[in-house]
Design a protein around this ligand. Structure first.
Ligand code: FPP
Length: 242
C-alpha cells in the first residue's frame, strides 16, 4: 500500500489517469530475461496500479497495452502480450462481481484473434453495470488512427444526410472517438524515462498534465502513483488562461 498521506486525502485524485506502460523490454534485458518476461511483470504492475486506483477513488484508468505500431515486433513477443491480456481478462471475468471494474477497449480490435476479440466484447458487455473504476485498454490503438476513423465516420454520416458539416464542433467530434462520453485524462504518466507522447490519446490529452518518470513500468507501484499525483497537484492548470 502506498503513502495515502493526509495531503492526498484532502486533495482528490485526478478523476481520469492515463498511463503509457513503458520499459518492460529494458526491465527484462537488465535481468537477462526474454522480453515476454518483462511484459508479464508489466501485467503485474498493471494489476497493482488498477487496484490502487480503485483504493484512491480514481474513476477512469486508461492504459496503452498495444499500439498500432507494436505489430512490427516479433511474432513471439506479440503473442506473449496477447496471452497476458487473455489471462488477465479471463481472471477479470471470474472476479467481476467482487471487483466491480468496468472495461472498455479503445482501438481497432478487428486485427485481434477472433477469440480475444470476443473476450474483449464479452468483458465490455458484462462489466458495463459496474462503476467503481473503469479501465480503458488501448489495444491496437493509435491516436492518429482514432482521429482519422472519427473523421471518416462523420463524413459518412454527412454523405448519408444524417449530419450537416456545420454541426461539427469539438464536443461533437469527441463523441466519435473511442473515448466518447468519458472525461479527458487530467494526468498522463509515462514511466521509463522516455519523454514522448507516442501517438497516445492525442486529442484527449490536449490539456493533460504529463508526468514523466524514470522508473521502468514493471517496477511501478503505489508510491510512484502517489508521487505522480503529488506532482500533478503542484502544477498550476490554467487551460490557456492566465
Ligand atoms: C512497452 O514497453 C510495453 C508494451 C508494448 C506492452 C505493454 C503490455 C503489457 C504491460 C502487458 C499487457 C497485459 C495487461 C494485463 C495489461 P516496451 O516493450 O516498449 O519496453 P522497452 O521500451 O523497454 O523495450
Amino acid at each position: 500500500m502506498g503513502l495515502f498521506s493526509k495531503k492526498k486525502r484532502i486533495l482528490p485524485p485526478p478523476r481520469h489517469i492515463a498511463i503509457i506502460m513503458d520499459g518492460n523490454g529494458r526491465w527484462a534485458k537488465k535481468r537477462g530475461m526474454p522480453r515476454t518476461a518483462g511484459h508479464a511483470a508489466g501485467a503485474e504492475a498493471f494489476r497493482r496500479t488498477a487496484n490502487y486506483c480503485r483504493t484512491l477513488g480514481v474513476r477512469y484508468l486508461t492504459v496503452y497495452a498495444f499500439s498500432t505500431e507494436n505489430w512490427k515486433r516479433s511474432e513471439e513477443e506479440i503473442q506473449g502480450i496477447m496471452i497476458l491480456l487473455r489471462q488477465y481478462l479471463e481472471e477479470a471475468m471470474r472476479d467481476m462481481e467482487k471487483n466491480h471494474v468496468c472495461f472498455r477497449f479503445f482501438g481497432d480490435l478487428s486485427r485481434l484473434s477472433p477469440d480475444l476479440k470476443q473476450l474483449c466484447r464479452d468483458a465490455e458487455a458484462r462489466s458495463s453495470q459496474y462503476h467503481d473504476v473503469q479501465v480503458n485498454f488501448c489495444l491496437n490503438y493509435g491516436g492518429r488512427d482514432e482521429i482519422v476513423k472519427a473523421a471518416r465516420q462523420f463524413a459518412e454520416e454527412v454523405a448519408a444526410g444524417s449530419r450537416r458539416p456545420e454541426e461539427l464542433d469539438e464536443n461533437l467530434f469527441g463523441q466519435y472517438l473511442y473515448s466518447g462520453g468519458i472525461p479527458d485524462p487530467e494526468l498522463v504518466i509515462r514511466p521509463s524515462g522516455e519523454k514522448r507522447i507516442s501517438n497516445f490519446l492525442l486529442w484527449q490529452s490536449a490539456y493533460s498534465e504529463y508526468v514523466f518518470m524514470n522508473v521502468l513500468w514493471p517496477d511501478f507501484g503505489p508510491k510512484d502513483l502517489d508521487d505522480a499525483i503529488e506532482e500533478y497537484h503542484k502544477r498550476d492548470r490554467r487551460f490557456g488562461g492566465v
